[in-house]
Ligand binder design. Structure first.
Ligand SMILES: Cc1ncc(COP(=O)(O)O)c(C=O)c1O
Length: 381
């Protein structure tokens, strides 16, 4: 079966968040983390079939959806979960904010690995807690978590929660079993709950670094849970559905209670799309990974050949975290935008000398971006 990821789709008329940011400007948007690809036809067909039926009222997550999700997680990650561990949410951002509300009180400390997805950095303050940064470090072309810093910060009795992102966004590393075991041990010893955002877990590009869900780690089943979704992989983020996998019933009840009355149910079309993707999206998913690998290799070679720029080859995600410090610029984002490319600003993730480029796009977009970038770097002299 072949799928045409090279096909260019004009998203400008659709009020796309990504494309609207630079409306009327000749800037190629490569920021927010949705891809330029159409979901698999089986997903679109399922949505069409559901809408043709008519009424689109409140819809509870249902047995076949749960069964399909259980099977997807088993097939992709070798994790045997029970359907009752699944809590459906309208997104991962609401889910990690629910976690703050469920497991912390005002004034508590929440650990967040940095750099990180901006809404995760904002979650502690939104929930009247203190943000405590646990840095990621770079060694031998790979980012990893500073476990000494984690141990030091977790030991403070006011620390209640670790908001953790694996695969990492924006750094792209998939943590190893040994690393996860250390994180689990540190958090268990200090009664710190681990909220593991694994939204990018089906986008592993490096076959040597399989994704390992946090609750499968020895000693972590009862104080951690995974946040997952089909949204990034199958480009259905606009349908607002994710799921939290919470093995421990006490944590699960606390999480459900914290969401009650505030967070809406997951949306019907998102549930339908998720089920179709997980049931019938395997071939498309494999082809997507191949395409992303080839885009990543292209970008990696081009970026690292440019003076002043460097990127590591991430284990996962369609995001490239580009170190621009060698250019010696005061405003990295302005440089990229003046070049006609719109990355996610590194400063939003906590690193002003970086830019995050989304390579979940047709190769032609990437080639155009590289042409523009080379011109801008030449102009720097
Ligand atoms: C790590 C991470 N978590 C959560 C989200 C957003 O999740 P949702 O759209 O389901 O709220 C993103 C989107 O970029 C992300 O990268």
């Amino acid at each position: 079966m072949s799928f045409d990821f090279d096909h260019e789709i004009d998203r400008k008329p659709t009020h796309s968040f990504k494309w609207d940011k630079y409306k009327g400007q000749d800037i190629l948007p490569m920021w927010v983390a949705d891809t330029e690809f159409s979901p698999p036809q089986v997903v679109l067909d399922a949505i069409i079939e559901r809408t043709q039926h008519g009424p689109l009222g409140y819809t509870l997550p249902y047995e076949s959806l749960n069964k399909t999700t259980v099977k997807w997680i088993k097939d992709q990650h070798g994790w045997d979960i029970k359907p009752e561990w699944l809590v459906w949410n309208p997104g991962v951002v609401p889910a990690f904010n629910i976690a703050c509300k469920a497991f912390c009180e005002e004034g508590d400390r929440i650990l967040v690995q940095t750099p990180n997805y901006p809404p995760m950095l904002k979650a502690p303050e939104l929930n009247k807690c203190e943000l405590v940064r646990v840095p990621s470090l770079l060694a031998d072309g790979r980012y990893y978590l500073d476990l000494d810093a984690l141990a030091k910060q977790a030991a403070d009795p006011k620390t209640k929660l670790f908001l953790f992102c694996n695969p990492m966004n924006p750094c792209g590393s998939v943590l190893t079993e040994q690393e996860l075991q250390k994180i689990a041990d540190i958090c268990a010893a200090n009664n710190v709950v681990i909220c593991s955002d694994e939204i990018h877990c089906d986008l592993v590009l490096n076959e040597n670094t399989p994704h390992i869900p946090m609750p499968t780690i020895k000693g972590a089943e009862d104080n951690s849970f995974s946040l997952m979704a089909a949204s990034k992989t199958f480009n259905i983020a606009g349908l607002g559905v994710s799921f939290s996998v919470i093995p421990n019933s006490k944590l699960r009840n606390a999480f459900r209670n914290a969401a009650m009355g505030i967070v809406p149910w997951a949306q019907v079309l998102g549930l339908v799309a998720t089920e179709a993707a997980f049931a019938q999206g395997h071939a498309w998913h494999s082809a997507l990974i191949e395409y992303l690998l080839s885009n990543q290799a292209y970008l990696y070679n081009e970026i690292n050949a440019l003076k002043g720029l460097s990127m590591v080859k991430a284990d996962a995600t369609f995001l490239a975290w580009i170190d621009c410090s060698g250019l010696g610029l005061d405003d990295v984002q302005a440089f990229w935008e003046n070049a006609g490319i719109g990355p996610s600003p590194g400063r939003d993730f906590g690193e002003p000398q970086f830019a995050r480029i989304n390579f979940g796009c047709p190769r032609s977009h990437l080639e155009e971006a590289i042409t523009r970038l080379k011109k801008a770097i030449l102009a720097l002299g």
